[in-house]
Write a protein that binds this ligand. Structure first.
Ligand code: NAP
Length: 304
């Protein structure tokens, strides 16, 4: 499998990258989409040393910049004829205050959702070239709401609301993609939402304020957290399972419990087609990217 992991330099993304690079006789190729060249190269070295896999590379992209997303898409398309999997994972977590990006968006909205919406649409054709059944796994959690009148959260910002808005947006997006592709006889793609059932001891612990860090450290001794490697081991089958099994999961929101993936009941707003279309339209307008708009239009054409 050839897997692109967004945010593979830390946390859950790094855990998934590390496990996938190390299993199945190091057969899998891992591409880390990351914002820092230094950290990306350091991560390659670390993963190569621990797994002996030499098929790990980076694509530079700061998801807080739409120009970077366009450059990264072009680079991936020029270097790769196909992709088997994408892990839509990168995300900003704790923030002390609202940060506006150079594209005039709330940074959680842009990094955690919008830039990865654009990335995903542009890489669908590479997934369709996969011989193993292309798939996208979205790192999501339940809950959250879209602030339709204030999506950039200028009025009522909190980092938690920003994270949760992006989560619900990603879930709506994956269901929309599933619905668009489901009736296509030639479509072999699957779109899966995954929620980790335990908190992962990620780089967030190094970013949060001291009182939260002390609380987390205490909770660690009560078994509240799992390591990034354990998280990677839990998630690995979603990337490596057979196409037919992956297709059965498509459009679903799952978690891990009792040694198997179990489905989470999706919320009404997420399944509401009108809401999905509304978000899709707004997202395209914000991307202001001709190629992305064309791809979106062609997808709607498919379903006719
Ligand atoms: N930890 C949990 O228990 C948990 C549970 C459920 C869901 N999640 C979700 O999982 C995702 C990953 O979180 P994590 O806990 O693993 O956090 P993390 O350790 O902070 O990892 C976040 C990853 O996203 C990357 N990233 C952040 N901003 C970026 C940008 N502008 N451009 C490109 N990459 C960027 C980071 O890059 P750097 O390495 O350069 O910082 C890092 O690789 C988030 O969406 C989070 O909400 C986490």
């Amino acid at each position: 499998m050839k897997i692109l992991v967004t945010g593979g330099t830390n946390g859950m993304g790094k855990g998934v990258a590390k496990v996938l690079a190390g299993i199945d006789n190091q057969i899998h190729e891992v591409i880390l989409l990351c914002r820092s060249k230094e950290l990306g190269e350091e991560t390659i070295k670390e993963l190569e040393n621990s797994t002996m896999n030499k098929k790990i590379s980076i694509i530079l992209c700061d998801l807080a910049k739409l120009t970077d997303v366009r450059t990264a898409i072009n680079e991936i398309q020029s270097k790769h004829e196909f992709l088997d999997c994408i892990f839509i994972n990168a995300g900003l977590g704790y923030a002390a205050k609202r940060v506006e990006t150079e594209d005039v968006m709330d940074s959680h909205f842009q990094v955690n959702y919008l830039s990865q919406f654009m990335l995903t649409l542009n890489l669908l054709s590479l997934l369709e070239n996969s011989e193993n059944g292309g798939r996208i796994v979205f790192n999501v959690t339940r809950g959250g709401k879209i602030f339709w009148d204030d999506m950039q959260m200028k009025n009522a910002w909190s980092y938690e609301s920003g994270i949760h808005q992006a989560m619900v947006a990603k879930r709506m997006f994956l269901v929309k993609l599933h619905n668009l592709f489901r009736d296509l006889k030639r479509s072999k793609l699957s779109f899966i939402g995954f929620e980790i059932s335990k908190t992962v001891w990620s780089n967030q612990i190094n970013i949060i304020p001291v009182p939260m860090k002390i609380m987390a450290t205490i909770m660690k001794y009560f078994g509240t957290f799992i390591s990034i490697e354990k998280c990677g081991m839990i998630m690995a089958p979603l990337f490596t399972e057979k196409q037919e099994d992956s297709l059965k999961r498509s459009g679903k929101f799952v978690t891990w419990g009792k040694n198997e993936f179990i489905e989470i009941k999706e919320e009404k707003e997420v399944l509401n087609q009108e809401m999905q279309d509304r978000l899709w339209k707004i997202s395209l307008e914000i991307c202001k990217d001709e190629k992305t708009t064309q791809i979106a239009k062609s997808l709607f054409g498919y379903t006719k």
